[in-house]
Design a protein around this ligand. Structure first.
Ligand SMILES: [Cu+2]
Length: 149
């Protein structure tokens, strides 16, 4: 917990100009956020590529046992999620990870995360390299842990 706090503090100092935007090479990561339940969470953000074509290869985090790249697909009218190997980032384009689309999937959370809680995810880009970004748990998260009144 204390470690997370100092990590957050370090991040907020490094990126104080825009609290929830991060940059590595030609890639800007806009406003990462997550929502989910006690054991699984989905993560979203906008990836803006101002340079040549790149790819998001993977992501890693301490909050879950596994972290996968997912895409929603329509399968005979049923929405399903599918694991994908990478997310293509074409040159000079913005790719948005959003509900019903591309997302990060946090699988087997080590502990449930509270609304507004922040945590660090390291993104691994093929060309731009690695960058730690801070996700915030969305206040309107679906299936968020409920407390009895
Ligand atoms: Cu998923």
């Amino acid at each position: 917990m204390l470690k997370n706090f100092f990590l957050s503090l370090a991040l907020s100092i490094c990126f104080s100009a825009e609290a929830s935007n991060f940059k590595v090479g030609d890639i800007t990561i806009h406003q990462p956020w997550a929502r989910g339940g006690a054991s699984m969470m989905a993560g979203y953000m906008k990836l803006e590529n101002q340079g040549k074509a790149d790819r998001l290869l993977s992501a890693s985090s301490q909050v879950s046992e596994a972290l996968e790249l997912h895409q929603h697909v329509h399968d005979n009218g049923v929405m399903r999620m599918r694991k994908i190997d990478s997310i293509a980032l074409p040159a000079k384009e913005v790719v948005e990870l959003k509900p019903q689309g591309l997302h990060l999937m946090f699988i087997r959370l080590k502990k449930p995360l509270a609304q507004s809680e922040r945590f660090t995810v390291t993104l691994h880009f093929e060309k731009a390299g690695d960058v730690p970004v801070e996700f915030i748990v969305d206040a309107t998260g679906q299936a968020a842990p409920q407390k009895q009144p």
